[in-house]
Design a protein around this ligand. Structure first.
Ligand code: CP
Length: 327
């Protein structure tokens, strides 16, 4: 930990996760402000929880009596379910509301909705997903409890990057020194953005591979190699991370057709053979089979980490909640 980070942490009584915006609470809204030391501390705690869960050992219930409010303004399967599992594993109470049928539809502002539900639940933390980038930081600036970003627009999905890093560490032993390809709809992907930040901070080389229409004008970190073909970008890679086509965020013309996209950018066993012989495959989900990834790659018994990513979402999110509520 650098001297500056240590002093900041001491001043704010928080050893690991920096405060964001609001001195009354600590939050995880982005990977961007986290040091490598902070990320590794979260991953170490996540790995310890993962080992205990795998061995059937008790994780304890250190957050008994804590209350967690969950507000998903966008659909989710993996993130919402694994945050709920994580909260319950730690002994916390979980409150999730059906926002699709809330008074947001009657013109209530987002902040009023959050404050209203917080007045009912009296949460110790809020987990929020929203289509607008920056929403978790905005809410964090107005509330006195920790806010955890479960995905905001095209900005960040920090706990996805943490669970991906945990999965890579468990699959390859370490992250530093690996070459990791992130492939597909880079322009609209908050998963890609959080992973570019996290993986480079932990010492990985990152290749991004996308058609020109799905490559952003700027990337969040320098020193990322950009490729417009899988054939150029995959050689030498230890991990091939595929991305979902975020059609809800793209113009109709961004890709010619799904079948053409699959022909050029879909991950088949033939394309995977361009990477290192022991390269492993990831996808944050939800995946579109035969568009982003072939069935035999997605379901490969030794090369695909996709279900392991889902499983690791629980201990990764336990570690984040534990740090924010206990420290
Ligand atoms: N990876 C991810 O965020 O999946 P969900 O949309 O199902 O939560």
């Amino acid at each position: 930990m650098s001297r500056k980070t240590r002093l900041l942490a001491q001043k704010r009584d928080c050893p690991i996760v920096p405060f964001m915006n609001n001195p009354a609470a600590k939050h995880l809204t982005d990977i961007a402000p986290l040091t490598a030391e902070a990320i590794n501390a979260i991953l170490d705690r996540a790995a310890s929880f993962a080992d205990k869960i795998e061995d059937g050992r008790d994780c304890g219930t250190p957050l008994t009596g804590k209350r967690i409010l969950s507000l998903f303004f966008e659909d989710s399967t993996r993130t919402r379910a694994s945050f709920e599992m994580a909260a319950r594993e730690l002994g916390a109470q979980w409150f999730n509301f059906d926002i699709a049928h809330s008074s947001v539809k009657k013109g209530e502002t987002l902040l009023d909705t959050v404050k209203t539900l917080a007045a009912i639940v009296r949460p110790d933390a809020l987990i929020i997903r929203h289509r607008e980038s920056g929403t978790p930081d905005f809410i964090a600036a107005h509330v006195s409890f920790p806010v955890i970003n479960a995905g905001d627009g095209t900005n960040e999905h920090p706990t996805q990057a943490l669970l991906d890093a945990l999965t890579i560490r468990r699959g390859k032993g370490a992250i530093a020194g690996l070459t990791i390809a992130i492939c597909g709809d880079i322009a609209h992907s908050r998963v890609a953005r959080s992973n570019m930040l996290l993986l480079t901070r932990l010492g990985a080389r990152v290749h991004v591979i996308a058609p020109p229409a799905l490559m952003p004008e700027t990337l969040p970190v320098p020193d990322i190699a950009q490729f417009t073909s899988m054939e150029d970008g995959l050689p030498g890679c230890d991990i091939v991370m595929m991305l979902r086509l975020q059609k809800e965020r793209m113009e109709a013309s961004a890709i010619p057709s799904e079948s053409d996209y699959f022909k050029s950018y879909g991950l088949t066993m033939e394309r995977l053979a361009l990477a290192k012989p022991d390269a492993l495959v990831m996808h944050p989900g939800p995946m579109n089979r035969s568009v982003e990834i072939a069935d035999d790659v997605a379901d490969h018994p030794t090369r695909s980490l996709i279900l392991k990513q889902v499983t690791n979402g629980v201990p990764a999110r336990m570690a984040v909640i534990d740090f924010l509520l206990k420290e």
